[in-house]
Design a binder for this molecule. Structure first.
Ligand code: ZN
Length: 138
């Protein structure tokens, strides 16, 4: 069995954003040489997510609105976590959108449903953050 590990770095210039990172993950699979196995992709930060869904801008705006309804950023004073920081909402948004995804690899590619794509969800941006890609298989 082969194993492969890589850290992908992202710097989102805004507080929140969703990035389609599918092609970055595909590049990792190609680099690994693994044709059949499993691919884990996880955010390495507690205010960012990795999730799978549709690459459709309306949906992403809907997510933004929905997450702001559940865990609004303002007023920052409403959260007990926000003593010396202002990102309590980002921790909660990350909890809802998830930490990681696992995708099967078949014939050297992501074994996806038709519209599935991998996204990095940033909830407290303006700095460099990492995503881990770990692939096992043969
Ligand atoms: Zn925090």
């Amino acid at each position: 069995m082969k194993t492969y590990r890589k850290e992908l770095w992202f710097h989102v210039p805004t507080r929140r954003a969703f990035l389609n990172i599918t092609e970055h993950v595909r590049d990792c699979i190609a680099e690994s040489g693994i044709k059949d196995g499993l691919c884990l992709v996880n955010a390495m930060h507690i205010a960012a997510s990795v999730f799978i869904n549709d690459d459709e801008s309306g949906l992403h705006q809907d997510y933004e609105k929905w997450l702001e309804k559940i865990a609004p950023h303002e007023p920052v004073s409403q959260y007990r976590h926000n003593v010396g920081e202002d990102n309590a909402d980002a921790h909660m948004k990350r909890q809802i959108m998830g930490r990681e995804v696992v995708v099967a690899i078949t014939d050297g590619d992501l074994d996806f449903g038709t519209w599935e794509r991998i996204f990095y969800g940033e909830f407290d941006g303006n700095r460099r953050k990492r995503v881990l890609v770990k692939i096992i298989g043969e």
